[in-house]
Design a binder for this molecule. Structure first.
Ligand code: AMP
Ligand code: MN
Ligand code: MN
Length: 335
């Protein structure tokens, strides 16, 4: 079976040849890497290593929970800009996964932009600037970058071992909300079935991801939920996580991932917003749509991006100012 979500779900021919020929590829992904980001990197790196290449995986922010159990060998490196410059200088291919926006590479952005190495991108977000890469393989209809990686590995004729199946399963499971979201199509289940047959253990992986929260994180989640606000008769639900709270519960920003999914539990809510104060006066805003509203368009207004049902952006300002600007924009969308 091949993974075809659209015509764009199979890699272009030159793309495949170039990836197969790379000896020292460097794999990059977006800031605050999630399971699809790191899962796609690890699966592709393991597959290319099995063919004799020496891939290197760099990330801009640590993802301790994911790294600890997905990467026991410590292959994934949280890199400084200098480290990325050095790695790219000795590389024959830079592969950018799960984002097609250089700005989303965070502190590795400049190193990637300014490197002379060939830059290939594999992604499933709407791409704002397709000319920014030497080759772009983008399929916004594909539920997870991990499925594009699976399709690439199939095209390359690389056998899916348990070591490759596990990170791919995490990639797909993450971006489909553990197979609950509307992007969990029959093809997703077919691919997941293949990955389980190849050795991925869903129960073990679910435990590792969702029964592994620090006490502080779960307490912070409780506080976030108890302080949520609603507007437009409950069709808009939002909450804010402040720096002071993160400090009080002793949890790093990386651990907030997944909080917004709990806002979706509220009946009648159509648009969900989570504001996370990443540093004084700077906010990371996550948007989700439970209904027919397109939150990607809303994120774009603020210079962000994502998908129709899950999007985000960064914004600066005082707490009250940021919340009121974003809430007004959401109310407009709900009109
Ligand atoms: P998150 O809320 O961080 O889980 O992100 C949801 C979706 O929005 C993901 O697909 C991200 O790629 C996208 N996204 C989040 N923040 C940004 C941003 N600052 N710029 C562009 N896309 C973003
Ligand atoms: Mn991602
Ligand atoms: Mn993704």
């Amino acid at each position: 079976m091949t993974n075809r979500f659209s015509d764009a779900s199979t890699p272009p021919g030159d793309f495949v040849d170039r990836v197969a020929a790379a000896r020292r590829p460097v794999l990059l992904t977006h800031i605050y890497p999630d399971g699809d980001a790191i899962g796609s990197q690890l699966a592709l790196a393991r597959a290319l290593a099995s063919q004799g290449a020496e891939p290197r995986i760099l990330i801009a922010h640590p993802a301790p929970l994911l790294q600890e159990f997905m990467d026991p060998e410590g292959v994934v490196v949280v890199a400084s800009e200098e480290h990325a410059v050095e790695a790219l200088a000795t590389s024959d291919l830079c592969l950018i996964l799960d984002t097609s926006d250089y700005a989303r590479l965070g502190r590795l952005e400049r190193a990637a932009r300014e490197s002379n190495v060939l830059k290939y991108c594999i992604d499933h977000h709407l791409c704002v600037d397709p000319t920014a890469f030497d080759a772009l393989w983008s399929d916004p209809s594909c539920p997870a970058t991990g499925l594009l990686v699976l399709s690439l590995l199939d095209t390359l004729g690389i056998r899916i071992t348990a070591e490759i199946a596990e990170p791919l399963f995490i990639a797909v499971a993450t971006d489909t909300g553990w197979f609950r979201f509307s992007n969990a199509t029959a093809l997703v289940f077919e691919s997941a079935s293949r990955l389980v047959s190849a050795g991925a253990d869903p129960a073990y992986l679910h435990r590792a991801l969702f029964e592994n929260s620090s006490l502080g994180r779960t307490q912070m989640l409780g506080e976030m939920l108890s302080s949520l606000s609603s507007q437009a008769g409950g069709r808009l639900v939002y909450s804010v996580v402040r720096q002071t709270q993160l400090g009080r519960f002793g949890i790093p920003l990386e651990e907030i991932d997944g909080f917004i999914d709990h806002l979706k539990e509220v009946r009648g809510a159509e648009i969900l917003i989570l504001f996370v104060e990443v540093s004084s006066g700077r906010y990371k805003v996550s948007l989700r749509s439970k209904g027919r509203r397109d939150v990607h368009a809303m994120a774009s207004q603020f210079g962000g991006g994502g998908h129709a049902k899950a999007a985000g952006f960064r914004i600066e300002g005082s707490h009250d100012d940021v919340v009121s600007r974003v809430v007004s924009a959401a109310l407009e969308v709900l009109q």
